[in-house]
Design a protein around this ligand. Structure first.
Ligand code: HT7
Ligand code: ZN
Length: 873
């Protein structure tokens, strides 16, 4: 595969004003008639360059220019492109192609899922439908006519508004759609199927009535209400917080079972992975409800941040993804608990994005090159990109940020632009200079802050010295210091916040401040400090950085109970638990810190504190996070130490766990309020801990909960606790009963698979192999693949990293198998092996050789090639 470089960007030589598509859909394939109105781009210096149209897996049936069929010598069908050598200034190009959606296992372009036709065109799927300049800076108006059998495909959908429909001969019918907004081809969508329609409406801020439609398979008709409500909440929120009104007369959501990612923001016709949109109390967990709300919002918000203003090229992907993730995070915070949302986001970032940023595929938020763009839908582009926007928000403040976003949308509406255009709008609206800040887009790697402090008792001066360094990453060394907003506070002996005075004498100082770090080393002096304070650093996770400060265990315990910043309260608990677990890794026989037990005891008893925060604080740091923090991870030792701490806590806090369980037992009807979600989380954590130590009373409670639960959170909580216990017979029975009860529901079966695959007790390799042979497993369905193979390799770390290398060999085999049918999924699945340098030598050697086996596979896809070669380099 070729490397594509940002520095080679050229404006398109030709523009497309109008696209007329006619799809003839059949069981054995589809014929696509395309008419493109093309003109030379006045901004291009390319002269009379040939017309270059991308294509992938297409059979060309005919090509004509202004109605005249082209002769063989007038064009070249290169397989991955159609090149027309000599074209006028402006012309119409008619192309007919034949494709086979029923055989499309890559799930890019037009494919079939559970009998329905659907599309996925981002990033480069449109070229699998017809020849086209498939790049986001070519924006055209689309008119789409879909023809299909009326009985098999009564519902025919595309972007925009329906403008015509009617019957055709042979029991067929058609519908024509017109999208008035020019868009890049990656936002094109088509759906044809036998679907039920759920209807709703939304009245916009200017009084326009929008038809909301959700299309699902008949068996899912009862699982739409939550998503439709979430959609309405999102539409209102985007008007209130960003002043963004919806623009078409209809907004549609479709659920499909086979989908490579979570969802897709196609203009007016969002397509969702079923597991990211369908929900009912009986079948979806609280986490699933929250994820669905966030994804529905995310896709909807793209209508402005992505569709109305889109990306110039794929190097700018974070322009739409980072901004939209930031917007959906603000929305979720407003809908629930801001602190809990921040903890969840920071956990994902610190566990997985930091690992990516320190690994062989590390890349800047705006990458400089790529081979396969699908490999760049990463945590760095999405989550770190969102953090970068959040930092701008922190630096500018609410009001100037809003003015910046208004300016960005107004200035660039209908355009394909760059991250630099985004930053410039923020600068122009605020008057701030963000030139150094731009390094966040250019430099890969997680900055590390080392903080030291001194207290001058006589002068009452407290001095914080912060030095920053940005690590080397592949292809990037010797990096410059970045502009980092660093939120801090100081706590006095009794836990009172101390004023932060930059000079002596002034009064009325704030008790928290955002320090702006711009130098390699920065020193801040605070005056009028009468006692040595405990610093609370990086409050609210104000920047995606690592912070090193030598807090003592005593200080961490103090912050855990006194820090007014909820995030840092949680973080202090995490740091303490990490420290205790790490000391057991070094000395397995050492005593577990008794103060940790006391801290958890008071958490379990603390009914005064926000229970959602308590639920988060009770979660021990994950094995993945502990690996991320190690230099040369010894997975078995990490697993052993963490389990030992968990067992110790559970044994010593048994009474408190039982009390917590009963106190938080279900009362009244199932509700999705933050309070009820926290209650279920607390009781399921308590249950999990009790079963972890083989508690008989816990077993009875789990079995009863599994039997009587009226919702999936409690049912799955009980099942997970049993599966992660040593009650072998009981867990086998529970798994069987659960499967029989929900075997008809693919989303629940996915949960059932992943609970086992992620469990060190139920998910050893022989059991994983059995799951792959299970009647419900389906190699063509990415969700099933993720729920078994993905869960095993990324959550069941002790089993995956079996010192005999069997887990690695297993993953390599499955990656090779999937590479032939779905390279995007294969490429994502191989990720855990690419981190081989992170591990102790005995693991490293085996991981590397598994990776080499993948590298040596015949006909390796470009997707997997890029990841494997870069990680072996
Ligand atoms: N913008 C969407 C990206 C996406 C995608 C990318 C590559 C391959 C398949 C895909 N499906 C969806 C999703 C989003 O961020 O909203
Ligand atoms: Zn997105």
């Amino acid at each position: 595969p070729q490397t594509i470089c940002l520095s080679d960007y050229k404006v398109p030589a030709y523009l497309v004003d109008q696209v007329d598509l006619r799809f003839e859909l059949f069981e054995d394939g589809a014929r696509v008639h395309s008419v493109l109105s093309v003109r030379r781009n006045p901004e291009s210096s390319a002269g009379d360059e040939p017309l270059y149209l991308h294509g992938d897996s297409l059979v060309l049936e005919s090509v004509a220019l202004n109605g005249t069929p082209l002769a063989a010598g007038d064009f070249d069908d290169l397989g991955d492109a159609l090149v027309v050598s000599s074209v006028p200034e402006a012309f119409e190009l008619q192309v007919v192609t034949w494709i086979e959606p029923q055989n499309n296992t890559r799930l890019e372009g037009l494919y079939k899922s559970s009998g329905m036709f659907c599309t996925q065109c981002e990033a480069e799927g449109f070229r699998c439908i017809t020849f086209y300049p498939d790049r986001p800076d070519v924006m055209a108006r689309f008119r789409t006519r879909i023809e299909a059998d009326r009985d098999a495909y009564p519902v025919l959908l595309s972007n925009g508004n329906p403008v015509a429909k009617g019957d055709l001969e042979g029991g067929r019918h058609y519908v024509t759609w017109e999208d008035p907004f020019p868009k890049p081809a990656y936002l094109f969508a088509l759906v044809a199927g036998d679907l039920v329609e759920k209807k709703d409406t939304f009245t916009t801020c200017s009084g326009r009535s929008i038809d909301l439609r959700m299309y699902v398979e008949p068996r899912n008709a009862q699982k739409c209400d939550f998503a439709l409500d979430a959609l309405k909440r999102s539409m209102r929120w985007d008007e209130d917080v960003y002043g963004r009104e919806y623009d078409l007369d209809i907004f549609m959501i479709v659920a499909v079972d086979d989908f490579n990612m979570g969802a897709m923001e196609n203009k007016g016709l969002n397509i969702f992975n079923s597991s990211c949109v369908l929900a009912s109390q009986e079948t979806a967990t609280d986490a699933a409800f929250q994820r669905i709300e966030a994804i529905v919002a995310h896709e909807y918000f793209h209508n402005w941040s992505g569709n109305r203003v889109t990306c110039r090229d794929w190097f700018q992907l974070s322009l739409k993804e980072g901004f939209t993730v930031f917007r959906d995070a603000q929305f979720s915070a407003d809908m629930g608990s801001p602190t809990v949302k921040r903890i969840e986001d920071a956990t994902l970032l610190r566990t997985a994005q930091f690992a990516e940023d320190a690994g062989p595929m590390a890349h800047p938020v705006r990458p400089a090159s790529y081979m396969e763009i699908s490999n760049f839908y990463t945590l760095t582009i999405y989550e770190k990109g969102a953090e970068v926007v959040r930092m701008i928000h922190n630096l500018l403040g609410e009001s100037l940020f809003r003015q910046g976003s208004d300016l960005y949308f107004q200035r660039h509406d209908g355009q394909a632009v760059t991250t630099d255009d985004f930053v410039r709008a923020m600068e122009d609206a605020s008057g701030r200079d963000l030139s150094q800040f731009r390094l966040w887009y250019e430099q890969a790697g997680t900055p590390a802050l080392t903080v030291t402090d001194e207290f001058d008792e006589e002068r009452c001066v407290y001095r914080l010295t912060v030095s920053q360094s940005v690590p080397d990453t592949p292809g990037q060394t010797g990096k410059k210091p970045q502009h980092i907003p660093f939120a801090v506070g100081l706590l006095g002996r009794d836990g009172q916040p101390l004023p932060l005075l930059f000079s002596a004498g002034s009064d009325d100082a704030p008790v928290d401040r955002v320090l702006e770090l711009t130098e390699r080393e920065h020193c801040f002096e605070f005056h009028g400090v009468s006692e040595r304070p405990v610093p609370s650093l990086l409050r609210g996770f104000s920047a995606p950085v690592r912070v090193h400060y030598p807090w003592t265990r005593e200080q961490l315990l103090f912050l855990m109970s006194h820090d007014p910043d909820g995030f840092n309260r949680w973080d202090a608990g995490q740091r303490l638990a990490v420290d205790v677990i790490q000391s057991l890794i070094v000395a397995p026989e050492a005593e577990v810190e008794p103060r940790l037990v006391d801290a958890y005891r008071s958490l379990l008893r603390n009914t005064g504190l926000d229970q959602a925060l308590v639920a988060k604080m009770l979660q021990l740091p994950s094995e993945a996070y502990l690996i991320e923090l190690s230099e040369q991870a010894d997975v078995a030792a990490i697993h052993r130490a963490r389990e030992a701490v968990l067992s110790h806590l559970a044994t010593h806090l048994r009474d408190e766990l039982l009390a917590c369980y009963h106190r938080n037992s279900a009362q009244g009807d199932y509700q999705l309020t933050p309070e009820s979600v926290a209650r279920r989380s607390l009781r399921n954590t308590a249950l999990g801990w009790l079963l972890h130590i083989g508690d008989q009373q816990g077993l009875v409670l789990a079995q009863e909960q599994l039997r009587s639960a009226d919702n999936m959170t409690d049912r799955l909580g009980a099942l997970r606790a049993l599966v992660n216990s040593d009650f072998v017979e009981e867990r086998t029975q529970a798994l069987e009963g659960f499967y029989q009860a929900f075997r008809e529901d693919p989303q629940v079966v996915e949960l059932w698979f992943s609970v086992q695959a992620a469990s060190v007790r139920a998910g050893q390799l022989p059991q994983i192999t059995q799951l792959l042979e299970h009647e419900a497993f389906d190699w063509k369905n990415p969700n099933k693949v993720r729920s078994v193979i993905g869960a095993f390799a990324s959550q069941n770390l002790a089993a995956f990293h079996n010192p005999d290398g069997s887990g690695y060999a297993f993953l390599a085999t499955q990656v090779c198998r999937l590479d032939d049918s779905n390279p995007q999924i294969a490429s994502r699945l191989v990720t855990p092996l690419t981190r081989w340098r992170k591990f102790a030598p005995e693991y490293r050697v085996l991981m590397k050789s598994a990776l080499e086996r993948v590298r040596d596979k015949d006909r390796l896809s470009g997707d997997v090639y890029e990841v494997v070669h870069k990680s072996l380099a």
